[in-house]
Ligand binder design. Structure first.
Ligand SMILES: [Zn+2]
Length: 158
């Protein structure tokens, strides 16, 4: 049984097993035409439940697969956390001290798991214009330091 569980670990060979770690029994990375690569849940999740805890080395370089723990300090996980898509009204919140994602509402099996990148990142590694479709959608997502400030748009004044 233990062997079977181990084979479903995303982090097999990277770190020792731990509570609430992501496994392929619960989560899947899928590719869709509209949203690209993203993390989905295979099982229904209740509001307030821990969805998963992630693991990764502390690094000083930001990338597409890091989240900010403190200014200049990032956790890097290209396998699971790094696949979580952004939404302006997300179904998870991220605690960067415990590296825990918690459900903000009931999530159905097959749904993309999402977080608000502005809640962890001072400045995004790669800014983008969100099209999550929520009435709360903020459009340009740049990091929390940019919130409420005018967006610099590319323009050609000549
Ligand atoms: Zn949005």
């Amino acid at each position: 049984m233990a062997d079977n569980q181990n084979s479903n670990r995303f982090y097999e060979g990277r770190c020792a097993p731990f509570d609430h770690e992501p496994t392929r029994d619960n989560l899947a990375v899928i590719q869709s035409d509209s949203k690209g690569e993203g993390l989905t849940t295979l099982k229904a999740i209740k509001e307030g439940d821990v969805v998963f805890r992630f693991w990764g080395p502390k690094v000083s370089e930001q990338s597409l697969f890091t989240l900010q723990q403190a200014p200049g300090v990032y956790i890097e996980d290209p396998l699971v956390m790094g696949k979580v898509l952004h939404a302006c009204d997300p179904n998870m919140i991220c605690d960067m001290q415990t590296l825990t994602f918690t459900a903000t509402r009931p999530i159905t099996a097959g749904e993309y798991l999402t977080m608000d990148y502005d809640t962890t990142e001072d400045v995004l590694f790669r800014t983008f214009t969100c099209r999550c479709g929520s009435p709360k959608c903020r459009g340009p997502i740049q990091g929390r330091l940019a919130q409420g400030q005018p967006v610099v748009k590319q323009s050609h004044l000549s």
